[in-house]
Design a protein around this ligand. Structure first.
Ligand code: NAD
Length: 257
């Protein structure tokens, strides 16, 4: 039985994960850590800070909270020899890379993924496979209206994977034909290798992404939709089951599927 603690346990993701992971026969959700009291505790106990937790009481910490908290969660996990699965977004790639030395020197086990939806991970993989065969690529990411970071971590990761694939194929960075933006930011954010990312925030959405590839006379759109937060549960379960046997830092689910 793997005992789980969830940081951000009162949040939308924390509550969905607590509810869904408790259904798995090999998981027990024992702790919910959040500054706010969770609406539903089920079999877990509520802690208002990770420092109140006792290391021997949990096997894996799952963090879906806010970026300002993730650093202290990482340090607590390394100090207490507890594995960490982190899905909090809004943390820069440089900061995540800077964790690696500390994780390795502490013999830690950490898996960070900006997206735990298996469909989203596969969509990125397919886009990277297609990218060398098309002249241009742009990304539209669409999320609910309470998301506090933009563009999404998933779209940045997708642009990086597409950029890598284009570079490896010997393609040069995309040049934007736009010479004048009549309104600021009309062409969206500039991702890796000139891949433009456009962010939409609307009520009713969960997490959606379109990767648009185009070449002479044809286009290919790879679209993924998360209709419900339950779409992230299978990936989190996969990560929890894998993290303790993967020493150091793992970024993304690519190596797991
Ligand atoms: P949310 O705002 O509903 O939940 C965040 C929770 O963190 C809140 O309950 C808040 O009280 C809590 N929190 C704030 N400060 C804290 C602290 N000091 N200690 C403990 N808890 C604290 O947000 P959400 O929709 O549940 O998303 C949470 C994070 O997960 C976001 O970064 C979001 O982008 C990310 N997310 C990632 C994936 C993925 O697949 N990687 C999927 C969905 C959401």
């Amino acid at each position: 039985m793997t005992r789980l603690g969830i940081v951000g346990g009162a949040g939308r993701m924390g509550q969905a994960l607590a509810h869904e992971l408790a259904k798995e026969a090999d998981f027990e959700v024992v702790s919910l850590v959040d500054v706010n009291e969770p609406a539903s505790l089920a079999t877990a106990r509520w802690y208002s800070s990770i420092e109140e937790l006792s290391g021997p009481d949990v096997d894996v910490i799952i963090d879906f909270s806010v970026p300002e908290v993730t650093r202290s969660v990482l340090q607590w996990c390394l100090a207490n020899n507890v594995a960490l699965v982190c899905g909090t977004t809004g943390i820069s790639a440089d900061e995540i890379a800077s964790w690696e030395k500390e994780i390795v020197s502490s013999n830690g086990h950490v898996l960070f993924s900006p997206n735990f939806s298996l469909g989203a991970v596969l969509a990125q993989r397919f886009a990277a496979q297609a990218a060398p065969y098309f002249e241009r690529v742009e990304i539209i990411e669409l999320h609910h209206d309470r998301k506090i970071d933009a563009p999404s971590g998933t779209s940045i990761a997708a642009a990086n994977m597409i950029g890598d694939a284009r570079r490896k194929a010997g393609l040069s960075a995309q040049i934007d034909p736009t010479q004048h933006e009549t309104l600021d930011h009309a062409r969206g954010a500039l991702g890796a290798e000139g891949v433009r990312i456009h962010s939409v925030r609307l009520p009713g959405l969960v997490a959606h992404q379109e990767i648009l590839l185009a070449g002479p006379g044809e286009g290919l759109t790879i679209r993924h939709d998360s209709y419900d937060r339950v779409s992230f549960v299978a990936g989190v379960a996969l990560a929890v089951r894998a993290v303790t046997s993967r020493a150091g830092l793992t970024v993304g689910l690519n190596e797991l599927i």
